[in-house]
Design a protein around this ligand. Structure first.
Ligand SMILES: [Fe+2]
Ligand SMILES: [Fe+2]
Length: 259
């Protein structure tokens, strides 16, 4: 079993597809995750399973891999998380997670926003443009730029996990393009469909970053690199021509309107 603990979970699922069903029983969706950085021994740490469930899960996986043996389950290492309920993010990673909170507030508003699109009046189109601008300026230019231009540079950009994240960013940009083209044509239905697709994309993207990518990255970064990242993020915030406060006001107004 020990040899499997240090193997990638995707590889194990390929060899033993039943392992995916076991993981699904514990709400750990490794199959569709497509990220592929986690070793079997990291799975419980990353997904924050309680001790008893962790033992149970590992025992069931061991049974799938070695159905005829009685395997003693080694205690999984808890190297990513603290005992607290929260992930123990480093300060620069926490900054990105806080930016996700703003994006998630916008994402939560999208269904209602998409239902009420007014493409005919000047004011209605302005509001739609403001919503799209939040995605383009805050989520993409301000937030994704920090990830792409700074954070990801500390890692192998050919790694599957980074490639998946970059693909998501590119997909988001394509959806914005569609929204703008649809707005030109005053096509509310297509704008709404693209907004909803963006919501779905970013919900999963942010979950992967918050729960898997950032804790994993934090684990790899040295203390010096963490400090460097913090300083670089700070520099971007000071230089960039995006004022995050504007978007928070926009979100707060919509939250009030749809309350
Ligand atoms: Fe991202
Ligand atoms: Fe992000």
């Amino acid at each position: 079993m020990n040899e499997y603990l240090n193997r990638g979970i995707k590889e194990i699922i390929e060899e033993f597809p039943e392992v995916e069903d076991v993981l699904n029983d514990y709400d750990i969706g490794c199959g569709p995750c497509s990220v592929g950085i986690c070793l079997l021994k990291d799975i419980v740490a990353i997904h924050r399973l309680p001790q008893d469930q962790e033992q149970q899960l590992m025992a069931r996986i061991a049974k799938v891999i070695h159905p005829d043996k009685d395997i003693r389950i080694p205690q999984a290492e808890k190297k990513v998380l603290t005992r607290s309920e929260e992930f123990n993010y480093s300060p620069p990673m926490k900054k990105l997670v806080d930016e996700h909170v703003v994006i998630k507030r916008w994402i939560a508003l999208i269904p209602e926003f998409a239902k009420n699109l007014d493409v005919e009046s000047e004011g209605g189109r302005r509001l739609i443009l403001d919503g799209i601008d939040l995605i383009r300026s805050y989520a993409d230019k301000y937030h994704h730029a920090k990830e792409e231009d700074i954070l990801f540079k500390y890692f192998d950009e050919e790694a599957d996990i980074i490639k998946v994240m970059l693909q998501d960013h590119t997909h988001g940009r394509a959806l914005v393009k569609e929204m703008l083209a649809a707005l030109e044509k005053r096509d509310a239905k297509t704008i709404a469909a693209n907004l909803m697709a963006y919501r779905e994309l970013l919900t999963e993207h942010i979950r992967k970053e918050d729960e898997i990518l950032y804790p994993w990255m934090d684990n790899q970064l040295s203390t010096r690199q963490v400090g460097e990242l913090f300083a670089k993020f700070d520099e971007v915030d000071r230089q960039i021509d995006v004022s995050p406060g504007t978007y928070e006001v926009f979100i707060a107004q919509l939250e009030k309107k749809f309350a």
